[in-house]
Write a protein of this length. Structure first.
Length: 575
């Protein structure tokens, strides 16, 4: 994004940059460091392969055996695989000598080619470029801030030896002569803020200061084995309130607000106000709220106002349109977007999917929300369910077991470690990931882990904080959606088919049930009733009876089987 803002990566001139208060408070590397850090090459160009690899290493790319995630590259003879920053797919560069013969896109999971390219544009994957100049600047600044450095400081040792260190961006100001801000990158842009912006800024600044003080206190009481974290002053990494105000002073723009402003203020007033609700009519038993709504709609149309109904979902929009038609509000058109609303004649009402809790009115427009008419939407609380393979206690794990973390993917459980944080001991599960990365998960959060459900042989650990695990989850979710589509089609076909209606044979059925040696449980009786409800519908049944061993599933199935046989059907039991 920063490369796009300085015009060094397509598109050359972004029209809108949507960001957050948190992001805009961060100080950034100067634009000059981004402008000079773009490597562009096309098919047929002569490239010094050594220079390309040097560029990748200097700008944060890491060498890997197989390219799976953004920021990785791999070399195999005359082929270089790269996963550039800010793109969806990695690229495979095929060289003949120093000439680039082809650029191919490939799938990082299968490593199979999925397309061709002409030009490759590489930008940094880190705000830190490790050069002799930046390394020397860091070492001097680190010593100036924290005094003499000993050999037990892994950050300093890594940078001194020219190696990247995880989290080195936390000391970003030490690598540059000066830092810039997002407002410098968009020097000519119009800046707008919502009405919660200043409150969010102050909350974030308070949080930054709390974290900084906690880091400072932790230096006074270090706990065994953990590397010492030496924080840089907050003002070198973040804007403070005064700097924020100064960056915005004199800039074009303004703030959005839902509230009215004094007449003396320089404002653009959209003249909107809250629309009419129908709560009073809903409370009266002898009043039909839709009859009142019809009168209101007719009144607005008589005033040449456009009427739009807003529903929470596509399903509720369709249902609402039918209800309106049933009560004499005819001709309501379901549309997908605002241009389609404006394309309708003003006398034709529109129905859109728009999550408004309350409607609004302007001089020429009336929006009536679903909640205005039907009242508050009630959400049924979902029961939380836990899959059986989720781990509930540490003693369910053995050292060396493979586990799956909800957010980080496959790792190897090493053991239980006691870590002192803030002067108090905490039991943590130590989990190792690719590249010898370690995650210490507090034992109280063990529900985030589940067992790895396949053979251990040939398993690749995920990279901590990497994208491969998220990509696999996304692919599996799509596969599940495809399965669901097929299941829906099968279910639809089943509904359209007819089947014989099966009833319980009087007399014989009771005699059969009397031979059951146990008293039916409440769940059994419920399942049996559901079963016969299905059998009596006249359409193919689709029911799964689920329960633990010995809780009477077979009896439920036998009662259905008995009724089917006694009414002339045939039953197959498959084991």
């Amino acid at each position: 994004t920063l490369a796009r803002l300085v015009g060094q990566a397509p598109p050359k001139a972004p029209s809108i940059l949507l960001t957050t208060v948190n992001a805009s408070l961060q100080r950034l590397p100067p634009r000059s460091s981004i402008e000079g850090a773009v490597f562009q090459v096309g098919v047929g160009a002569v490239v010094e392969v050594g220079e390309l690899i040097e560029f990748l290493v200097r700008n944060g790319y890491s060498r890997s055996g197989t390219v799976m995630e953004p920021g990785e590259f791999a070399t195999r003879g005359g082929i270089i695989d790269i996963f550039p920053a800010g793109v969806a797919s990695p690229v495979r560069l095929d060289f003949f000598g120093d000439t680039l013969e082809s650029v191919r896109l490939f799938d990082p999971l299968t490593q199979i080619t999925i397309g061709e390219g002409k030009i490759v544009e590489l930008v940094p994957v880190s705000e830190v470029q490790l050069t002799e100049e930046t390394t020397a600047r860091f070492r001097q600044g680190y010593r100036d801030l924290f005094g003499a450095v000993t050999d037990d400081d892994p950050l300093y040792l890594s940078i001194r030896e020219g190696r990247r260190h995880a989290g080195m961006e936390h000391w970003l100001p030490l690598f540059h002569d000066k830092m810039e801000t997002l407002f410098d990158y968009v020097s000519d842009g119009v800046i707008t803020q919502d009405h919660m912006c200043l409150e969010a800024r102050d909350d974030r600044l308070a949080q930054i200061e709390d974290y900084y003080q906690a880091r400072v206190e932790a230096q006074k009481n270090p706990y065994g084995g953990a590397p010492l974290y030496k924080p840089v002053p907050t003002e070198s990494l973040f804007l403070d309130a005064k700097s924020w105000d100064g960056a915005l002073a004199g800039r074009r723009g303004g703030g959005f607000s839902p509230f009215s402003a004094p007449e003396s203020a320089k404002v653009i007033d959209f003249a909107g106000r809250q629309g009419r609700g129908f709560a009073a009519e809903r409370a009266q038993q002898d009043v039909n709220v839709f009859d009142v709504l019809r009168g209101h709609v007719n009144d607005q149309r008589a005033r040449d106002r456009r009427v739009v109904f807003a529903a929470f979902s596509q399903g509720s929009a369709e249902r609402m349109a039918l209800l309106l038609e049933d009560h004499g509000i005819e001709g309501v058109r379901l549309v997908d977007h605002w241009p389609a609303v404006m394309a309708l004649p003003p006398s034709v009402s529109a129905m859109v999917v728009l999550g408004l809790e309350q409607g609004l009115e302007t001089d020429g427009l009336v929006i009536i929300s679903e909640q205005d008419v039907l009242g508050d939407r009630l959400a049924r609380r979902r029961r939380s369910r836990r899959a059986e393979d989720f781990i509930t206690e540490q003693n369910q794990l053995a050292d060396g077991d493979l586990v799956v973390h909800v957010e980080h993917g496959i790792g190897r459980y090493v053991g239980l470690q006691t870590i002192e944080v803030g002067g108090a001991p905490h039991d943590c599960l130590e989990i190792h990931y690719d590249g010898n990365a370690k995650l210490f998960l507090p034992a109280v959060n063990i529900e985030l882990l589940s067992r790895y459900g396949s053979e251990d042989a040939g398993v690749n650990l995920d990279r901590l904080g990497g994208a491969a695990w998220q990509a696999r989850k996304a692919r599996l979710k799509q596969h599940i959606r495809d399965m669901a589509d097929q299941l829906i089609k099968v279910a639809a076909e089943r509904v359209l088919r007819s089947a014989p209606e099966i009833e319980r044979p009087e007399g014989l059925y009771e005699e059969f049930c009397a031979r059951f040696p146990f008293e039916e449980t409440e769940d059994q009786l419920s399942a049996i009733e559901d079963l016969f409800t299905d059998l009596g519908k006249g359409s193919p049944m689709d029911r799964l009876v689920c329960g633990d061993v010995g809780f009477g599933k077979t009896e439920v199935a036998l009662r259905g089987a008995f009724a089917a046989v006694m009414t002339g059907g045939q039953v197959a039991i498959v084991a």
